[in-house]
Design a protein around this ligand. Structure first.
Ligand code: NDP
Ligand code: GDR
Length: 365
């Protein structure tokens, strides 16, 4: 019989890749989506929509979650739904707590009451580490030679988002140990893709590059379409990109590799928490350099403006994961390199812009 899985946040970046993976593996896939007045809200899963059962639901509403879990008694639930933007969590802390902390609690409680055999995956995050890292010192000179985060590094959250995710992380542990549920957390470091939301820094950069490249190639005939919030006009022929703290360092992987880890974790005989990362760290500045290089611009400085508006009240400056446990137990390691990730994102935004322009031109004919 086919295994039955529910993916919450199925219309998001990770949800769309995970749904594809589960379909490939022969699952009966159900996806939780919330009600919206926006017809484009499920654009990431349009190509597989007829193979998924979409269920309308809201994770912060316990009644909605209880009745779905009771009715379907899934084999596996992957809880990816979240207010996932760290910056936004400072502006909407209350809402972020409701979705990111209470949402997972509703699932754990529903599973405990109505479907205790259901396996549960919770999307934890490297943001839990916040300011903390583990240091490697050279014994004879007592010099720090490396800094990383793994399952033994202490958590020190730096945002309402991370606090909510830490509450969920601890709740999963308590339900696993206290009630024997098969529930585990993937402590995933940043992962991006061609499907990344446009207000995360990597996609914001590659989207700008897509618009710029097509504008330049058409000698300014095709105008860019940007959120006014992100750009800066000051007598320039093309708007500059506004960014915040470009010194921050992240361990960036590709989402397609990371959803594989979610699935592998859920297949283990006993549930546990795992760090999932590439083990490499780059600054936003490095990302900019690499991305601009893809279209042969060696100096990005003249194309960006630093705007304090995009600084956060508290920042996570340095993330670099160690996934030795995932490698050993799950046999998981990432396949897509940083360079490849950046290249794919930039070309996807260039080609995406070109397709949009062609479509508009056809419609005008
Ligand atoms: P996205 O923001 O792309 O997707 C989140 C999804 O959750 C969206 O489809 C959104 O719906 C849905 N959602 C939000 N609020 C609710 C709600 N109240 N009820 C039901 N659905 C809701 O995030 P990602 O795919 O990047 O991330 C997936 C998960 O992994 C998140 O929990 C995130 O916090 C976590 N994570 C992500 C990392 C990353 O680098 N991408 C790293 C570590 C953890 P809608 O489409 O309607 O907005
Ligand atoms: P992050 O991702 O906060 O790590 O959370 P984001 O891309 O938002 O920020 C990464 C770093 O870039 C700096 N930055 C900017 N960020 C944004 N969004 N916009 C800007 O203009 C900008 N300029 C500089 C940020 O300050 C930060 O240091 C992501 C999300 O997917 C979370 O859900 C997930 O849990 C973590 O990754 C791991």
């Amino acid at each position: 019989m086919k295994k039955k899985a529910l993916v919450t946040g199925v219309a998001g970046q990770d949800g769309s890749y995970l749904a594809e993976l589960l379909l490939e593996k022969g699952y009966e896939v159900h996806g939780l989506v919330r009600r919206t007045s926006n017809e484009n809200a499920t654009y990431r899963i349009d190509h597989i929509k007829d193979r998924i059962n979409l269920i309308e639901g809201e994770v912060s509403d316990s009644g909605s979650v209880y009745s779905i879990v009771e009715e379907y008694k899934f084999d596996e639930i992957y809880n990816l739904a979240a207010q996932s933007h760290v910056g936004t969590s400072f502006k909407q802390p209350d809402y972020t707590m409701q979705v990111d902390a209470l949402g997972p609690l509703h699932f754990l409680e529903a599973i405990r009451r109505y479907s205790p055999k259901t396996r549960f995956y919770q999307a934890s995050t490297s943001e839990l580490f916040g300011k903390n890292f583990t240091e490697v010192r050279e014994a004879w000179e007592d010099m720090v030679v490396d800094r990383y985060q793994d399952e033994n590094t202490e958590f020190m959250p730096q945002s309402p988002y991370a606090v909510a995710k830490l509450a969920a992380h601890n709740l999963v542990r308590i339900y696993r140990e206290g009630y024997g549920l098969h529930a585990g957390c993937g402590i995933l470091f940043n992962h991006e893709s061609e499907r990344r939301g446009e207000n995360f820094v990597t996609r914001k950069i590659t989207k700008w590059l897509g618009e710029y490249k097509v504008w330049a190639e058409t000698h300014g005939v095709v105008n860019p379409t940007f959120s006014e919030d992100y750009i800066h006009y000051e007598n320039e022929s093309f708007p500059k990109l506004r960014l915040g703290n470009i010194k921050a360092c992240r361990d960036w992987g590709h989402a397609q590799d990371y959803v594989e880890a979610m699935w592998l974790m859920t297949q283990q005989d006993s549930a546990d928490d795992y760090v999932i990362s590439t083990g490499e760290t780059y600054s936003v500045h490095d990302f900019l350099t690499e991305a601009f290089n893809v279209i042969s611009i060696s100096d990005y400085d003249q194309y960006i403006v630093i705007d304090p508006k995009f600084y956060r009240p508290a920042e996570v400056e340095y993330l670099k994961g160690r996934s030795d446990k995932a490698k050993e137990v799950l046999g998981w390691s990432p396949k897509i390199s940083f360079k490849e990730l950046v290249k794919r994102m930039v070309w996807s935004d260039i080609n995406g812009k070109k397709e949009k322009v062609h479509k508009l031109q056809k419609e005008e004919l």
